[in-house]
Design a protein. Structure first.
Length: 628
């Protein structure tokens, strides 16, 4: 029996000798490599926090003490130490353990995440609740240097420092976001890490300052000034100190004894404390240490090499988007691209290489990214902001208030629109249609395949005003890509098949499912029309009116929430036009969507040929066909 199997809850850790912890850390790393190589997941971030997580659970008494994780992608070690070893092999699988903290999964997961930079806010909330209720536990937020680039983290630091409540922020600094970290704070942290004076203790400094000759009443003021300027030179973490935190660190996050010692020190201090821990992303597994970016989040891979065994497949929508943008940018020097810490995920690496001065990685700062784009647009450029659907939720007011209300020429590329698979509900992009289609002047489109995506991007860049373009995580349909790009008239849908009995209306890649279903329906004697809606805003009212009156039956299908989605837009349209007697069957998601492989989720939620056939059944199409 290994050591890890003996850990059922964090208190089991406290009996373990420091010397044995090394073996335990190795077992934890091996378990994570074994499982992630099969299931996929966030490997490098978790390998980097093994000692830190052990130290946290040995120093604090979870769940009585609250440990709030930022992003939550680095909680595998935490899961293994809090009674979930047996289920760990199901992580990220359908009905399995979540890859992120889940309140329903364990009392030790006190706050759910997936989106970045929330931990300090939530921790201040826990701390204030404790104060109001006169309780006495510790509250710890664990945040990465990447997550520290998000605006919420600063809002929360500002609040915490001012409130003087007892809270500990552990800054896990590995110099990486998903890619190399960016921004002035990152530069500052780097300075703290590399400054030879960094371990100069503040207490020592105070002691030294007191011995500066000439401190008497007459020169006290001057000395205070000198003290301040010296402090700036010598005290590490001054920014945090100025914000009202006691700064401890930076310390080596893989030195188990040291991390425990400093956390213990933090535990016994009053007020907000920031512990700066320096870790190595991917620690203990060579392929991950050498390539933390590639092993940040990874599909199943060969554990011997760390390499994903890739099957040849059509390019992803993301890749086609990135290539097309590069192609267009070559001929138009006004095109610029913006990412919020996901240059590779959004397919912008090539753009960054080819046009370094026209590429902006703003860090995990979606709100800033969008408003920054509005500024760029009014400054005379053509910005394309590429953000995942789920993270656009962060920037809703910026889209509405800063881009749309003042009609900025900004292209909002909505990547990972629709379900994304194993990352689950925090990451599915199933609300963007609902929130964006109601913005009156925001053109919202979705291509049926990767070739249409190219033409849509071209259309969007030629359009004067805000445009949003949604496309999924998956590989494309494998269609031929046209060299010459043409504009798709705004608000024009495409009829892919005429039909008299029912109209199948698809958006995005669901159009392909409509085409397959139409074939199946025709075998059963039903003549279905198929419409590639293309534009969710504005709708092609003329075409929809025609088919509403002709077929009197609509089936809408979207990889999106039903509430407020494309189908709802069609219902509103029928009501607005006063077209009576049309029955509409809407296919989409009824609420939050669970984790699981994308095809599985489509099947479970009826976004399939079978789902359309069942909808046809509900519309009594077969009885009618049999009778006629
Ligand atoms: C709002 C938001 N934007 C983007 C992401 C995607 N994302 C997940 S982890 C990550 C990097 C986080 O870096 P850091 O906090 O330093 O943690 P590390 O992985 O380096 O341990 C990013 C950009 C996210 N989860 N949330």
């Amino acid at each position: 029996m290994g050591l890890l199997e003996r850990i059922h809850e964090p208190k089991d850790l406290r009996g373990i000798e420091l010397s044995e912890l090394k073996t335990l850390a190795q077992e934890i790393r091996q378990e994570m490599i074994d499982v992630v190589s099969k299931n996929g997941g966030h490997l490098a971030p978790n390998l980097g926090v093994v000692e830190l997580t052990l130290a946290l659970h040995r120093t604090f008494n979870s769940p009585h003490d609250k440990i709030v994780w930022d992003v939550g992608h680095q909680t595998y070690v935490h899961k293994l130490l809090t009674g979930r070893l047996t289920e760990f092999k199901t992580i990220r699988q359908y009905k399995g353990l979540s890859g992120f903290p889940k309140r329903g999964e364990s009392a030790h997961d006190c706050f759910e995440t997936g989106h970045s930079s929330t931990s300090i806010s939530a921790a201040v909330g826990f701390a204030k609740a404790r104060d109001v209720l006169r309780e006495s536990h510790h509250v710890v937020a664990v945040i990465g240097d990447g997550a520290m680039t998000g605006g919420m983290a600063y809002e929360a630091l500002n609040h915490a420092g001012h409130s003087e409540t007892n809270i500990i922020v552990v800054l896990n600094d590995n110099e990486m976001s998903i890619s190399a970290n960016v921004g002035a704070m990152s530069t500052y942290l780097n300075r703290l890490r590399t400054d030879p004076l960094y371990d100069k203790r503040k207490e020592d400094l105070e002691y030294l300052l007191k011995r500066i000759p000439g401190i008497g009443t007459k020169v006290a003021k001057l000395a205070a000034k000198a003290k301040d300027s010296l402090k700036y030179l010598l005290v590490p973490g001054l920014i945090f100190e100025e914000l009202g935190f006691t700064y401890l660190g930076p310390i080596d996050g893989h030195d188990q004894a040291l991390v425990e010692q400093v956390l213990d020190q933090a535990k016994n201090k009053k007020g907000p404390v920031l512990v700066h821990v320096v870790t190595c992303k991917g620690k203990g597994y060579k392929p991950a240490e050498e390539n933390p970016h590639l092993l940040h989040g990874i599909g199943p891979f060969d554990p011997a090499t760390g390499k994903v065994t890739k099957k040849s497949a059509p390019p992803t929508y993301t890749a086609v988007f990135g290539n097309t943008l590069c192609q267009l940018a070559k001929g138009d020097s006004e095109i610029v691209a913006i990412t919020a810490a996901m240059p590779s995920g959004t397919g912008l690496n090539e753009f960054a290489r080819e046009f370094p001065t026209r590429f902006f990685d703003v860090g995990i700062a979606e709100q800033h990214a969008v408003t920054f784009a509005a500024g760029l647009a009014f400054g005379g450029l053509k910005p394309v902001v590429a953000i995942y659907s789920t993270f656009y939720q962060r920037a809703y007011d910026q889209v509405l208030h800063d881009v749309c209300l003042q009609e900025a020429n900004v292209v909002l590329a909505i990547d990972r629109a629709g379900v994304v698979g194993d990352d689950g509900p925090t990451h599915h992009g199933v609300f963007d249609i609902s929130i964006f289609r109601i913005i009156p002047n925001l053109i919202l489109m979705a291509p049926k395949d990767e070739n249409e995506l190219r033409h849509m991007l071209y259309t969007a860049l030629n359009y004067k005003g805000p445009v949003a373009l949604r496309y999924p995580r998956s590989v494309g349909q494998g269609v031929i890509l046209d060299d010459k790009l043409t504009e798709i008239p705004i608000g024009k849908a495409e009829v892919l098949k005429e039909g008299r009995d029912v109209t199948l209306i698809g958006v995005g890649p669901m159009v392909q499912t409509c085409l397959l279903a139409a074939q199946e329906l025709s075998h059963r004697g039903v003549d279905a029309a198929v419409i590639n809606l293309r534009y969710i805003n504005p709708l092609d009212r003329k075409l929809l009116s025609h088919y509403a009156k002709l077929t009197k039956k609509f089936i809408t299908i979207e990889d999106h929430s039903l509430k407020g989605g494309m189908g709802t837009a069609i219902l509103e349209f029928l009501e607005e036009e006063g077209i009576d007697g049309v029955t509409v069957e809407r296919l989409g998601y009824p609420g939050f969507v669970e984790q699981g492989p994308i095809p599985k989720l489509f099947t479970v939620h009826g976004l399939s040929v079978k789902g359309i056939m069942q909808a046809a059944e509900r519309l009594r199409l077969f009885r009618r066909a049999a009778q006629s």
